[in-house]
Design a protein around this ligand. Sequence first.
Ligand SMILES: Nc1nc2c(ncn2[C@@H]2O[C@H](COP(=O)(O)OP(=O)(O)OP(=O)(O)O)[C@@H](O)[C@H]2O)c(=O)[nH]1
Length: 377
Amino acid sequence: MENRQRLEQIDSGTMPDATAQQQPAKGAPRLLLMGQRRSGKSSISSVVFHKLPPNETLFIESTARIQKDSLSSFMDVQIWDFPGQIEIFENSNVTFDIDAIFGEIGALIWVIDAQDDYTESVARLHHTILNLQRSYPQINIEVFIHKVDGLSDDYKFDIQRNITIQIQDELSDQGIDNAPVNFHLTSIYDHSIFEAFSKVIQKLIPRLGQLEAMLTNLCRTCRFEKAYLFDVNTKIYIATDNTPEDMSSYEICCDFVDVIIDFTEVYGSWPRTQQWRDRLEGEPWDQPLEDQVACDRAEAGMILSDSQRPIMLREVDRFLALVAIMKEGSYDKMPQINMNVDVVVKGLEEFFRITKQKNIVEPTIMKGPGRPLQGGR
Ligand SMILES: Nc1nc2c(ncn2[C@@H]2O[C@H](COP(=O)(O)OP(=O)(O)OP(=O)(O)O)[C@@H](O)[C@H]2O)c(=O)[nH]1
């Protein structure tokens, strides 16, 4: 208890924007950002969760205390950003309450600066994994090999191979062969950081397989190339169909979400005047407006000029949107496509209504040292 209080005294800082005012949701899975000083932890958190333009991270000051942040979206998540100099397991000045940090954890994200000498960071990561394996063997450890912008593909993959082999060899020397450690190449200057976070968050979603099956079926029936379910505020995709991963599709869909959000922020929404409505319902359409629109939610469409492929966005709820890239020539089938999308959107709504309720009824799903979240991949 004393340790917990001490921890709370150390970590009273928050991020400088509106979401930071919220108290971290109790029982919400926690993502811990750890790694060496200046490896890019605060930048990652600010770019992904606070939309800070990457160039402005140059002015972020070094973190002196644990920064706690909470994301209230389709699911509540806490993000704890640790100062690089804090050594949790062997600290002669402060004893940390390890259970207060690692209980209820969703994942530990270890950030390694790929543009710097990473020997010490890898040694600390190894030490951390060994300590966690004793009490929390199921905690997902996600290693972000970060700042890979400006590095050639060969060099990036060399670094990834080196780090992976080093960690695996050292762990297997200690008799640990199946530690849940995953590696991602990331940079805040492109979409790779959002993609990596998407993969981390997806592991926290109960029954992810059902979501993927819904999107896979939708792609098959509507002949979509790719479909993503986006958390619109962070551009994290929380599910996609089962066709092979395709970074360029994800980038296009991310940019489309950005355009729609920016457009909405600038122009907002406004009620139609009666005069405007009369014009829309008059000649040559002669139908009530409600019968003319495909759905009663926000939707948007655009044709990609590179190959005449339409891209569509449909709001699911205030946090989520379905974004799909269609095949060339799909415009002829729009009525059918709209009907199918309607059904899937309703299904998605129902899915989140049920899983949210379940998580409230069964709080133990997200508790317990190192317990995996139910249904995680
Ligand atoms: N080139 C490049 N620089 C990055 C990237 N991410 C962060 N940086 C830069 O790295 C520097 C350190 O970033 P911080 O986010 O303060 O690092 P930190 O890990 O939070 O540092 P501490 O708070 O000291 O632990 C900043 O100048 C960032 O602009 C990236 O993906 N690529």
